[in-house]
Write a protein that binds this ligand. Structure first.
Ligand code: WTA
Length: 636
């Protein structure tokens, strides 16, 4: 084993792993007891496969754990140090954050929001985003955050599915020097959704907006509210939030997370993974619109009283060294970012990070996509100066928190560039074949989780059946995440990317089926197929093939129109890098699209090993389909 990457932090608590292996349920109970409970649970786990309910009978509150618990000990501790893309700065102590959260919680109550009601949040990365999540949690409303890169149509679908009666948004958000007009997008999204009663609008960028009868300005609403609001005593299993994420079929799914189990998972993993200390300055570059922000900007760090940097804009704007500037200015000790961001920084060259003082850093995390070993080594050498462990954390929206990751807060083990190392204590994984049998070490298989864990989703919002089919039907009693993996002889896990039709583009999760149906919703399109091909920086890039309806002429203008249509129906993050018009899609006899053919075309390659290409089609059929496809391809 290569021990050149063993970074000691002086932690060697082997007891935690032993306890976790001896009695997993008791182990998680010990972890849960570190949270604040109004009432203790009577049953640690009710497991009615595939539905898990953790700490049943217990009463707690996420906002109480993230704020009041810290305020009692250290009210003046800095919670958020915020910097806007335009250079403006704001700071909040835990005490101030609690006041703001309470004001908004009272404001929501004044609008009639009750326990269990859904509230959609569509905000830029400003402190009010954190305040909004916690205000919902405080009164037991279920928050559902939508990333500000999604379009009006995407918002409409999500709000319609969750039936949120209140939406929280801002006039605008800043990105790369321009303003995204969030309020206008919300107006468009909800024009036919009569059940939406109120829109709370934060003034942030001061661009002109239309104010309707439903709208309440944030300042006007919270300004008159009391800064004290008791946290609701909620069942441990009470839903904390819905977060929509893409899968292999149709529309995004509403992943539903609970309270007590989810918080326990985050409290523990945040401690183990980041070895968090009171003196740390933590900087996670994710957007709260994604799960990383929910778990490791909002709930995990705040429950530990962490001081963190929150940044609104693009990490390379207005200069490519913006991120290094922030790290050196605030003496950041822990950085948590994505392989896409690292690949971009790496391309800018070593001189940029080398010209800043980054010596405050002590831990470097990564999440969201497989990290290439060379990028891992660059992060280790150039950013961490060979002194900081690289913490590659594997997890999903559905898992709530990290399942595979080094845990330097507990133990020092040799790291291997490109491997997320081992499951965190209390989590049980295997790598299996099609039949659910463990594959041999060093062989590729499907990653599965063999026992319930506290951060696991409760279900999919309003769709228990889909929850069962998506995650629990490929294997009996094992959770199927949809990722390929290898376990090596030392028990280290190597994540190899998705085994299904889900793409990871610049760390954003998108389903090919979702893109295909967006194309087909355009009046000129008869059929479409979408896949991902390797991209040097973004990890994957979206390529699309479109069959037009009879009589429609392919033109450059139509191509632009189609790409715009994707921007409008899903959002700018889903705009394809390539669009090819074809006469028909290459399919097997049973109608399966031969995606590898499409990828070969997009990469301008030969098809390679045809024998393993599609089991349903003969070599001749594949060859003929390839030739035909090339012939009818019209590039612009
Ligand atoms: C991928 C993001 C390799 C994986 C937290 C997973 C990773 C999907 C890693 C979930 C990693 C996440 N190494 N792949 N460290 N972390 N993934 O729901 O394919 O946006 O299934 O959650 O991202 O994406 P999601």
């Amino acid at each position: 084993m290569d021990s050149g990457y063993t970074i000691g932090l002086g932690n060697n608590d082997s007891r935690t792993r032993i306890d976790a292996n001896e009695d997993g349920i008791k182990f998680w109970e010990t972890q849960a007891s570190k949270l604040y409970w109004f009432e203790k649970w009577h049953t640690a786990l009710e497991w009615n496969p595939p539905f898990a309910r953790w700490f049943v009978g217990g009463k707690t509150n996420a906002s109480y754990n993230a704020l009041d618990v810290i305020v009692k000990k250290n009210p003046k501790k800095k919670a958020i140090i915020w910097e806007g893309e335009d250079g403006s700065k704001r700071e909040f102590t835990y005490e101030e954050l609690l006041s703001e959260v309470s004001r908004l919680a009272n404001g929501l109550k004044s609008l009639g929001v009750k326990k269990g009601d859904r509230v959609t949040i569509y905000l830029p990365m400003v402190p009010e985003l954190i305040i909004s999540l916690l205000a919902c949690a405080r009164i037991g409303a279920i928050h559902t955050v939508i990333f500000s890169g999604f379009s009006a149509k995407s918002i409409q679908d999500r709000v319609d599915d969750s039936k949120s009666k209140v939406i929280i948004t801002a006039d605008g958000g800043r990105r790369r020097g321009s303003i995204i007009k969030l309020k206008d997008i919300v107006d468009e999204a909800i024009k036919d959704l009569n059940f939406v009663e109120n829109v709370i609008v934060l003034t942030h960028t001061n661009n002109p907006i239309t104010i309707t009868q439903k709208d309440k300005k944030w300042k006007d609403l919270v300004g008159i509210m009391s800064s004290s609001c008791d946290a609701e005593m909620l069942d441990s299993t009470h839903p904390l939030y819905i977060l929509y994420t893409s899968g292999t079929t149709g529309k995004p799914k509403g992943v539903l997370h609970g309270t007590g189990g989810y918080l326990t998972h985050l409290y523990s993993t945040f401690q183990w993974i980041f070895d968090i200390k009171d003196s740390d300055v933590y900087f996670c570059t994710a957007d709260i619109g994604w799960v990383t922000g929910h778990s490791y900007i909002v709930y995990g760090p705040l429950m530990h009283g962490t001081t963190q940097i929150m940044y609104e804009g693009a990490l390379d704007f207005p200069t490519p060294s913006r991120i290094w500037e922030i790290i050196s200015r605030y003496k950041v000790t822990i950085l948590y970012t994505t392989p896409t961001a690292l690949r971009m920084f790496m391309k800018f060259g070593d001189e940029l990070p080398n010209s800043y003082t980054l010596s405050s850093l002590r831990l470097l995390g990564t999440v969201g996509e497989p990290i290439n070993p060379e990028v891992w080594k660059w992060y280790f050498k150039i950013i961490g100066k060979e002194k900081c462990p690289i913490i590659d954390t594997w997890w999903q929206t559905e898992t709530g928190g990290a399942l595979v990751s080094p845990v330097p807060g507990l133990e020092t083990i040799p790291l291997k560039p490109g491997s997320a190392t081992r499951p965190v204590p209390g989590v049980h994984l295997s790598v299996v074949d099609e039949h659910g049998k463990d594959v041999k070490n060093d062989s590729k298989g499907y990653l599965v989780v063999t026992k319930p864990w506290p951060g696991m989703l409760l279900t999919l919002w309003g769709d228990d059946e889909k929850y069962k089919t998506v995650y629990w039907s490929k294997y009996k009693d094992m959770y199927y995440p949809g990722d390929y993996a290898i376990k090596d002889k030392d028990g280290y896990i190597w994540m190899l990317g998705r085994a299904d039709d889900v793409l990871k583009v610049a760390g954003h999760r998108l389903g090919t089926a979702e893109l295909e149906s967006a194309f087909v919703s355009h009046p000129s399109v008869a059929e479409s197929a979408v896949c991902g091909i390797h991209h040097e920086v973004k990890g994957e890039s979206i390529i699309s093939f479109v069959v037009l309806k009879e009589g429609i002429i392919p033109t450059v203008l139509l191509k632009e129109d189609l790409i715009n249509h994707i921007r409008k129906t899903i959002g700018p993050i889903a705009a394809p890098d390539q669009l090819h018009f074809v006469k028909k899609l290459p399919k097997t006899r049973s109608g399966k699209i031969m995606r590898r053919l499409l990828k070969a075309i997009a990469k301008n390659e030969q098809i390679g090993d045809i024998s393993t290409l599609e089991d349903e089609a003969s070599v001749d059929e594949v060859k003929a389909a390839f030739a035909e496809l090339k012939q009818t391809l019209q590039k612009f």
